[in-house]
Design a protein around this ligand. Structure first.
Ligand SMILES: Cc1cc2nc3c(=O)[nH]c(=O)nc-3n(C[C@H](O)[C@H](O)[C@H](O)COP(=O)(O)OP(=O)(O)OC[C@H]3O[C@@H](n4cnc5c(N)ncnc54)[C@H](O)[C@@H]3O)c2cc1C
Length: 556
């Protein structure tokens, strides 16, 4: 089998040959003041991990259908969650798939179901491997051999119906390849998650992903018109009707399925003409309560916006520190002071995308809403900078890790009524989550936690939190810090009525909190559906639902 070498480095986010970006001195100082100096930890080397990898349980490559190469197995063992990073950086990988398969068409996927059944193995669909919730890792509690199914050979544009605005792609198509295939036709999908460069259409559908401009272009569930899900029980064809009243919508069985019921081999998406104009002006609001009110009014105004992104004062301060332009930031703060904004302003970025006249109108309307809440506009340069760096920001995670800091994010959505309390509770849970005697000196670790509203809807908003803490020389201790923070924040989310995920999905990491949203009967129904499509639990057991989910008839 051809040896495939993804561009992403095996234990991080940046390209294999790239150096991490520089962390500006202002941001380093901020972190040192907030949580103390980091102590870099040593990384394991891929060659050493490969040399120490236990052999695969398989002793043949199934007629060329499996790769047993240690490097292929290691590169597909983990996604991008913080536990994944800790495992990869320390070289303590835990379970690694026994083999990797790369089917080139739907027939080859069906053959893999037969192979898995014959060999008593399970299959793990793997798109870009950017899951941040443990969606592509082998189940530690399932001792069946695991075969990762990489979808990168199921890629490319298969059909384009320009008249209907429908494009069919292989599920393994990466974001940039998808847009590049549409660009000559002056069409776009407009789906830009921050992981866009490294994630796939199939992964987006399987996780109900949201792009940065989803409030304008639509989340993937609005864009996914139909497709083909290969399940061990058969093929589920999902035709791309513009609308249908013919019973429940079976597309929902693929959306958010997280590989639990089968493998999506192709997807038909709704595409639109490339917008003529995009404006991303920025405003500053004087304080968080007024900023929240402004965002709510903007969200409820029915304007043709593609993004509304409101940072808390602490996130605003962190972004300004990361800009690394001390003099420019001091001048900005002085100017904001004159306009009576500050000392703890909130940054609001808004994108309007579409025909010129509509964009102008939308920006004007946002401006008058923001001014009603005491805010002031600062023009388009911050927005242009955001656009330039939109896919580069995650590179900082590599740079911060090298300085001894672990970074993770989590997200939720809730109605406007409960949002203020939820935001306070999540912030508190993260900031105080490591208090107590975790580092032996009785004081515990501090956490730098900040957040923004990333998607604003008429009835509520998402909340996206980033948290930074010092990693320990002992990877188990770092993992324990993460677990404490994740648990505290997830409990705060559920207690305040938020969803356990607005966009990242459930995977393994969010599973304990799924019942709070779906209820016992709801979970059991989802279990029945998975069991009907995959009676032997061959595909991604333990992700989204327990490996052996309860039966609906058993629920109260
Ligand atoms: C830096 C960074 C930024 C991110 N930003 C965003 C963001 O802005 N918005 C957002 O929504 N998410 C974001 N994510 C999360 C992640 O990128 C999304 O969940 C994405 O949709 C996953 O796509 P993928 O192709 O990488 O799927 P993978 O990570 O490979 O898989 C995700 C899940 O889907 C299943 N799966 C994958 N392909 C298929 C298929 N063809 N058929 C069936 N099941 C399949 C897998 O088994 C797994 O359970 C981010 C992640 C990172 C690391």
């Amino acid at each position: 089998m051809r040896h495939h070498c993804p561009v992403r480095r095996w234990n991080g986010w940046i390209d294999e040959d790239d150096a991490p970006p520089r962390v500006p001195v202002e941001a380093r100082r901020l972190l040192e003041a907030e949580i103390g100096p980091g102590e870099p930890t040593a990384d394991a080397r891929l060659e050493d991990v490969a040399a120490g990898l236990p052999p695969s349980v398989f002793d043949d490559d199934a007629g060329g259908r499996l790769s047993l190469e240690p490097v292929d197995r290691i590169r597909h063992a983990r996604g991008q969650s913080l536990p994944d990073w800790i495992a990869l950086r320390s070289g303590r990988l835990g379970r690694v798939p026994d083999a990797m398969a790369r089917p080139a068409d739907a027939a080859a996927v069906r053959e893999l179901f037969v192979l898995a059944r014959d060999r008593g193995a399970v299959l793990i669909p793997y798109g870009g491997g950017t899951s941040v919730v443990g969606g592509v890792t082998p189940d530690p509690d399932d001792d069946r051999p695991a075969i990762t199914v990489a979808t990168d050979a199921l890629s490319g544009l298969r059909a384009l119906d320009e008249r209907s605005g429908l494009a069919t792609f292989g599920a393994g198509t990466l974001g940039p390849d998808l847009e590049a295939a549409l660009a000559p036709h002056r069409l776009t999908l407009g789906h830009f998650p921050q992981s866009w460069e490294r994630s796939t259409l199939g992964g987006w559908v399987a996780t109900r992903s949201a792009g940065q401009q989803s409030i304008g272009f639509g989340r993937i569930e609005d864009l996914f018109a139909g497709g083909r899900l290969e399940a061990p029980a058969g093929t589920l064809e999902l035709p791309p009707h513009p609308a249908s009243a013919a019973g429940p919508d079976l597309r929902q069985l693929a959306l958010g399925s997280e590989g639990r019921s089968g493998i999506l081999t192709e997807a038909t998406v709704r595409v639109v003409s490339t917008p003529r104009v995009e404006a991303i002006p920025a405003w500053f609001l004087p304080d968080w309560p007024r900023a929240l009110e402004a965002a709510r009014d903007v969200g409820r105004a029915g304007l043709p916006l593609s993004m509304v992104r409101l940072s808390t004062p602490l996130e605003t301060a962190t972004l300004l520190a990361l800009a690394g332009n001390g003099r420019g930031v001091r001048a900005l703060r002085a100017w904001l002071g004159i306009r009576r904004i500050g000392p703890e302003p909130s940054l609001l970025l808004v994108a309007a995308t579409g025909p010129e006249k509509l964009v102008e109108l939308a920006v004007r309307e946002v401006g008058s809403i923001v001014r009603r809440h005491g805010g002031t506009g600062v023009g388009g340069s911050l927005g242009r900078q955001w656009l330039r760096n939109r896919f580069r920001t995650p590179d900082l995670r590599d740079a911060l890790w090298d300085l001894g800091y672990a970074v993770d994010t989590l997200e939720t959505a809730v109605d406007w009524r409960r949002l203020p309390d939820l935001a306070t509770a999540v912030g508190r849970a993260l900031r105080h989550g490591l208090e107590g005697d975790v580092n032996g000196d009785g004081e515990g670790e501090r956490v730098h936690a900040f957040s923004h509203l990333s998607h604003v809807y008429p009835t509520g908003s998402s909340l996206y939190a980033t948290y930074v803490f010092r990693s320990s020389a002992d990877p188990d201790e770092t993992l324990d810090r993460w677990r404490r923070l994740k648990t505290a924040a997830s409990e705060a989310i559920v207690e305040h009525g938020g969803t356990i995920s607005h966009q990242h999905g459930v995977g393994r990491d969010h599973r304990p909190w799924l019942a709070a949203e779906k209820g016992e009967l709801g979970l059991a129904v989802l279990g029945d559906v998975a069991r009907r499509l995959d009676p032997d639990g061959l595909v991604n057991p333990g992700v989204l639902l327990a490996g052996d989910p309860p039966i609906a008839g058993d629920a109260p």
